[in-house]
Design a protein around this ligand. Structure first.
Ligand code: CAA
Length: 283
């Protein structure tokens, strides 16, 4: 099936980033979220990143406008009915994802693939909420989406070869490099990344180092582009906690317990860059 119209559920940092790369690859995009205000913020973020491209002469003003014109927004998920392929990038909270997939299953034509950008929720668990488990797949983008090359593609138990191939090809069309992971908690990316970030938070919690020293060790000692605490702030501490809890619940192994300091920050609403405060202050 040809894919011309691409649906994105969620206009947050992942959803808007996915909408941007889809529009840049020439697809018409319908981006849906629950509030106009969230959609406006999402489009504003895309506009800002594209403008940076114009300023750096990587893009001209006409191309920028064409990309933006390919993106329409809606607060009514039913408008996604005309999409040929949908990616859900809503909050990393199971009940929300389940509801979205139950809705999409009703709304979208039977041949439409429904992908999830979940960072750790089992694909099979989401697929079980629909009547098209062979068309459910994980399409996990990395943050910031326009910059990061990887898309982790995760097959559920029931995902068909055709669904897998279409999703793989779409990632290539977006200019990304896909990698396949099996459907186990955290897949590959977060099974390795999140315990590393969590351990960095434990280092801070135990007073082994300051936040700056912990980040400097990993930046300059391991050549990571940013330290783990800065990266946690970029990803969102709520997302980090949700992923650690998914790993812990999924494996029932204490090595995946979230650091109490991470939980405390999330409870206080310190979610990282998006709230202006996390391990660092962004206000
Ligand atoms: N959105 C779009 N573009 C961005 C961006 C953003 N938020 N932040 C930076 N960029 C672009 C810049 O415009 C710049 O583009 P050009 O090369 O075209 O000029 C380029 O990225 C480099 O940016 P900077 O020079 O400002 O800064 P940098 O070199 O330090 O790079 C970074 C910034 C790309 C974020 C880099 O620090 C990095 O790669 N960090 C690690 C990111 C990472 O690990 N992401 C994965 C997170 S895990 C995940 O997403 C999965 C999950 O499920 C949790």
């Amino acid at each position: 099936m040809g894919i011309n119209t691409f649906g994105v559920i969620g206009a947050g940092q992942m959803g808007s980033g996915i909408a941007q790369v889809a529009a840049m690859s020439g697809l018409n995009v319908i981006m849906s979220d629950i509030k106009d205000e969230l959609l406006e913020q999402g489009v504003e973020a895309i506009e800002k990143i594209l403008q940076r491209g114009v300023d750096k002469r990587k893009l001209d003003g006409t191309e920028k406008e064409e990309i933006l014109n390919r993106i329409t927004t809606t607060v009514d998920i039913k408008d996604v009915a005309s999409a040929d392929f949908v990616v859900e990038a809503a909050t990393e909270y199971e009940p929300v994802k389940f509801e979205i997939f139950e809705n999409l299953d009703q709304i979208c034509a039977a041949n439409v693939i429904l992908a999830t950008n979940t960072s750790s929720i089992p694909i099979g668990r989401i697929a079980a909420r629909t009547k098209r488990s062979e068309k459910i797949i994980g399409m996990h983008f990395m943050n910031p989406v326009p910059v990061m090359k990887l898309v982790e593609i995760i097959r559920g138990l029931d995902t068909s070869d055709d669904t897998f191939q279409t999703t793989w090809d779409l990632a290539l069309k977006f200019g990304k490099t896909p990698a396949e992971a099996k459907d186990y908690p955290g897949f590959i990316a977060n099974r390795i990344l999140m315990p590393m970030i969590n351990e960095a938070i434990y280092c801070l919690y135990h007073g082994v180092g300051t936040r700056e020293d912990i980040d400097t060790v990993m930046r300059l000692g391991m050549n990571h582009p940013m330290g783990p605490l800065s990266l946690a702030d970029l990803i969102g501490l709520d997302t980090c906690l949700a992923i650690m809890d998914t790993l812990y619940d999924g494996f029932k192994d204490s090595k995946y317990r979230a650091c109490p300091l991470l939980r405390k920050y999330v409870e206080a609403g310190w979610l990282g860059r998006k709230t202006g405060r996390g391990f660092y202050d962004y206000t």
